[in-house]
Design a protein around this ligand. Structure first.
Ligand SMILES: Nc1ncnc2c1ncn2[C@@H]1O[C@H](COP(=O)(O)OP(=O)(O)OP(=O)(O)O)[C@@H](O)[C@H]1O
Ligand SMILES: [Mg+2]
Length: 330
């Protein structure tokens, strides 16, 4: 299957801003290792989930893939092209092909613009079509996201819509340029629980219909299991487990994934639930634990090796990848 995104050994270390005395005392620059050497690929029309606790590096990964920020090291290929050497000007046609839907539609939609202008803006920026054609496409986009009849929504402002409707506008806007790839960072977590599944399902339906590849960033493993083809689990800037949604959610192998899953209600009787409680707080990404990053909280530390040697992601069968010393790989 054709690849849309490929990420190789990607790192993003943010320099920690320190005061004068701190600098004097530590005598070296400290870094937040937000993303610390991850690799994955997203295939054409695939829905790829990125899950993990707060601070594990999911949003940073999404921003890196879209080249909204530059990596410290590693490479990102989009539709086969290395993004690193591209200037902002060279990125312009690429940006048309990649879109983002943010968590909070209220913040991401300009409150002073009408829905019609919000939807038309990407087309105008990219100078696509006559005003007449833009109008047609905006109508179509509103119909796609089921804001019908479109006439009823065109001249309203974001604050006149419900949260769910606003996120539909954001989705329609992301699709209006016919992108091949969309990043959605917790797109429904600000919405009322009762409408989350509905808005997400619409998003997924459209993404499937138009064959768009989708990077879905989430805390919600139950929803992820539902909609993702494949899922990667992140912890402190690393991918701990990766595989199909069934492999990762129904047969989690990494103690961290098992703990995450036992912490959330997954309404799925098939899933092999292992009761694991994660103890303690997530360590600082400025100074992550040596060896396996999870060893300080892991309930099944194998031995010294967990504290000293960083486990690599290995294939334990059928593309199910795990980074844990419990699994030496095949
Ligand atoms: N611009 C920045 N400067 C410094 N540190 C940053 C910056 N952006 C993110 N970080 C840090 O990088 C780490 C990863 O952050 P990130 O936002 O990618 O996590 P996340 O998995 O998206 O978390 P959440 O689930 O809370 O959204 C965190 O420790 C965060 O504080
Ligand atoms: Mg985030």
């Amino acid at each position: 299957m054709e690849e849309i995104v490929r990420v190789e050994n990607l790192r993003k270390w943010f320099p920690v801003r320190m005061g004068f005395w701190e600098t004097l005392l530590t005598r070296r620059q400290l870094f937040v290792r937000a993303v610390d050497g991850i690799s994955f690929e997203i295939k054409k029309a695939e829905i790829f989930g990125l899950a993990g606790e707060s601070g594990s590096g999911k949003t940073t990964t999404g921003r890196l893939v879209l080249k909204l920020i530059d990596p410290t090291s590693g490479r990102i290929f989009f539709e086969g092209r290395d993004l690193a050497p591209l200037s902002e000007k060279e990125m312009k046609p690429v940006r048309k092909r990649m879109q983002i839907v943010f968590q909070d539609p209220y913040e991401s939609l300009n409150p002073r613009m009408t829905i019609a202008d919000i939807m038309a803006e990407p087309l105008r920026i990219q100078k696509i079509g006559s005003e007449e054609e833009i109008e047609k496409r905006v109508h179509q986009a509103l119909e796609n996201v089921q804001l019908v009849p479109p006439e009823e929504f065109l001249f309203r402002f974001p604050h006149e819509l419900s949260g769910g409707q606003r996120q539909r506008v954001a989705t329609g806007r992301a699709l209006v340029l016919d992108p091949s790839f969309i990043v959605a960072d917790e797109p429904v977590s600000m919405l009322d629980v009762s409408i989350r599944a509905e808005v997400l399902n619409l998003m997924v339906e459209l993404v499937r219909k138009f064959g768009v590849s989708f990077l879905y960033i989430t805390h919600d493993l139950a929803l992820a299991r539902h909609i993702c083809d494949r899922i990667a689990i992140m912890y402190l800037g690393k991918i701990m487990e990766k595989g199909t949604a069934e492999q990762v959610i129904l047969e989690p192998l990494h103690p961290y994934t098992q703990a995450l899953i036992s912490a959330v209600p997954v309404p799925d009787p098939e899933s092999a639930r292992v009761e694991v409680i994660i103890k303690g707080e997530i360590p600082s990404p400025i100074n992550p634990p040596p060896g396996c990053r999870f060893h300080t909280r892991c309930p099944v530390v194998v031995g010294e090796i967990c504290r000293t040697k960083e486990p690599q992601l290995v294939d334990v069968g059928n593309g199910h990848m795990v980074a844990c010393h419990l699994y030496p790989g095949k």
